[in-house]
Write a protein that binds this ligand. Structure first.
Ligand code: SF4
Length: 318
């Protein structure tokens, strides 16, 4: 989390509390309002403004021992924020209850809770006390919703305040991120033009859009096709397995051929040895002197030389 710069915590440079709510609704909206000083009103902002004006109306009063203060100005140098609380109740037991009035009903985002908690932190800093909870009053429901100021909510307030200060220091407005529901309710839609700025500029962005239009690129994969990917991966793995098996069979064939070559070499070596022996005994090689001639590829035993006494008389042979 970025720290809140010390130079921005001067009284003159405090940011409005509403900047937190705007930031959480849409960072671009917050920048347009608090950096570019742009503003426009629509039905929703007008209704909200009327509700706040009503809440601030009337003098402070005491009801059943509860002191009720309206439109109380607050500020926090720690957060670098200032604003107004719609209503602050001071109870006889010493507890303090800030109440914020909102149009509509509770939202999915935490912007309203953050704004209320920021008010409580301002009151804590000003009054040197601890505030455990506050209330949001929604116009549509016409009743209060209690908001406990727990650690995560307080951390979110500090984080948001730091982000808003950073945005103002940098003076940059984030790009529009078009979201139909959110932008449809935004009073700045005409100034923002989120649809016109929806696409990034530049050659790379243009190229991506062309591919997208042609239905190519990873973003063009349909959800059902994504579901088929594991199956396709399985089939590819199976194919790889079959190819590996084929390679194994070919290797086995090569082994068998090598074995055959080894056997033939052995036979040839045995013939060569017998020739040498014949040369030593000064006798020419005679077919009849070789027993078991190597006709087959089977490993043949060494040719057996007959003793001289049993050898045929070569001179008598034709
Ligand atoms: S129109 Fe949409 S993108 Fe633009 S400021 Fe409003 S909410 Fe943000």
């Amino acid at each position: 989390m970025a720290a809140i710069p010390k130079t921005l915590t001067d009284e003159d440079r405090l940011l409005p509390l509403s900047a937190l709510q705007h930031w959480l609704y849409c960072p671009r909206q917050s920048a347009l309002i608090h950096v570019e000083q742009a503003w426009a009103e629509n039905r929703f902002t007008a209704e909200g403004r009327v509700l706040h004006e009503k809440a601030h109306e009337g003098p402070d009063e005491t009801r059943v021992g509860v002191r009720i203060t309206r439109g109380m100005a607050v500020r926090s140098l720690a957060l670098g924020l200032s604003g107004q609380c719609d209503v602050v109740e001071f109870h006889p037991d010493g507890s303090i209850l800030p109440v914020e009035y909102k149009r509509g009903k509770p939202k999915a985002h935490r912007a309203d809770e953050v704004q209320l908690c920021a008010q409580a932190i301002c009151l804590e800093e000003m009054l040197g006390t601890r505030i455990e909870a506050g209330c949001l009053y929604y116009g549509e429901r016409r009743r209060r919703t209690e908001v406990p100021f727990d650690a995560p909510l307080r951390a979110l307030v500090r984080e948001t305040a730091a982000a808003v200060h950073e945005m103002r220091t940098n003076g940059t407005t984030p790009a529009a991120d078009y979201e139909p529901r959110r932008c449809g309710a935004c009073s700045l839609i005409d100034l923002c033009q989120p649809k016109a700025l929806r696409f990034r500029k530049g050659a790379a962005a243009w190229f991506e859009r062309q591919l997208h239009a042609l239905g190519r690129g990873p973003w063009a994969v349909k959800p059902e096709a994504r579901g088929q990917r594991p199956e396709a991966r399985g089939q590819r793995a199976e194919g790889r397995g079959q190819r590996a098996e084929g390679r194994g069979q070919r290797a086995e064939g090569r082994g068998q051929r090598a074995e055959g070559r080894g056997q033939r070499a052995e036979v040839e070596a045995s013939v060569s040895r017998s020739r040498k022996l014949c040369a030593i005994t000064a006798k020419p090689i005679q077919k009849s002197t070789i027993v078991n001639p190597p006709h087959s590829t089977e490993a043949a035993p060494l040719p057996r030389l007959l003793p001289r006494s049993q050898a045929p008389d070569l001179k008598t042979e034709p």
